[in-house]
Design a protein around this ligand. Structure first.
Ligand code: SAM
Length: 271
């Protein structure tokens, strides 16, 4: 990446910083808060999507770590927040290795500060559309052993890739790199016919010039040949670990709001 890629541009909103604002974080600027406030004022229900997604991610990382995974690549990882992937996974096995990957320079700046004393975790500045560069990154080589199962995390990132950027081939590339027993987590905005959620999609597209919400079938197709585990591609609020009797552990027993239905998640396994 060019040197300019490392400069934090405060004149335009960034996805990472708007998301941080909606999560109640402090690593954002006026230009980001203006976008976030648009959601807070005009589409108040949308604000909870960020925390709904983070809670599903936390449950998923815990499930993968409890299944024995001790290395993770987190694509489009975002700014540090509560319950970061390395904290959740290292609470189960302190030797767990985590590589955070994001193309927003603010993530690198704040991530490095957070991780200064954690030898098993790093953050790299890279674009998820350039899988080969990430694979060749010395930090990835230092921390990830591709002969052992890896957890790949694509949390609220693939809907930021348009169809011509082929998110399915991004997942397929990484699915080729990892051995049997590895797992892939995806969370993703799903398209629908609700006027307010369509408005939210339009706002993201007009602000960032990108964004593609997908149907459940399109999201399932992102996993390619990987085997999606129970409970399948479901609302992130409903994604909970399923035990051997197929009983959901702790899934909410209530109707979800249209906003909670908007973000889905699933884990697939490489067999
Ligand atoms: N994964 C985190 C989570 O689920 O809480 C953050 C999700 S946030 C909505 C999307 C993140 O993806 C942002 O931090 C943004 O900078 C990053 N991102 C967007 N496009 C990217 C790309 N092409 N390469 C790397 N990161 C990207």
């Amino acid at each position: 990446m060019s040197d300019n890629a490392h400069v934090i541009d405060q004149s335009k909103p960034s996805i990472a910083r708007v998301y941080d604002y909606l999560l109640g974080g402090k690593d954002n600027y006026e230009v980001d808060r203006a976008v976030g406030d648009h959601f807070k004022v005009n589409l108040p229900g949308s604000v909870d999507i960020a925390s709904t997604n983070r809670r599903a991610l936390t449950r998923a990382v815990r499930a993968m770590a409890e299944a024995g995974l001790t290395q993770f690549l987190d694509f489009g990882s975002g700014l540090p927040t509560a319950d970061n992937v390395h904290q959740v996974a290292q609470s189960i096995d302190p030797d767990t290795r985590v590589v955070y990957i994001d193309n927003d320079p603010i993530v690198l700046a704040h991530g490095r500060a957070l991780l200064a004393t954690n030898d098993h975790t790093t953050v790299i500045h890279a674009d998820v559309r350039d899988s080969a560069a990430i694979r060749a990154d010395p930090e990835v080589a230092r921390l990830i052993d591709f002969d052992k199962p890896v957890g790949l995390i694509f949390s609220a990132i693939l809907h930021h890739l348009n169809d011509e950027e082929d998110p399915q081939s991004v997942v397929a590339y990484w699915a080729q790199q990892i051995p049997v027993g590895s797992r892939v987590f995806i969370s993703h905005f799903r398209s629908g016919d609700n006027a307010e959620t369509i408005q939210a999609e339009s706002k993201l597209q007009s602000t960032f010039g990108r964004g593609r919400w997908r149907t459940d079938a399109e999201i399932t197709a992102l996993f390619g040949d990987l085997r999606v585990q129970a409970p399948g591609v479901v609302a992130a609020a409903r994604w909970h670990q399923v035990n051997e009797n197929s009983a959901h552990i702790g899934a909410p027993d209530r109707d979800l709001s249209v906003w909670e239905e908007l973000i889905v998640s699933a884990i697939a396994e490489k067999r």
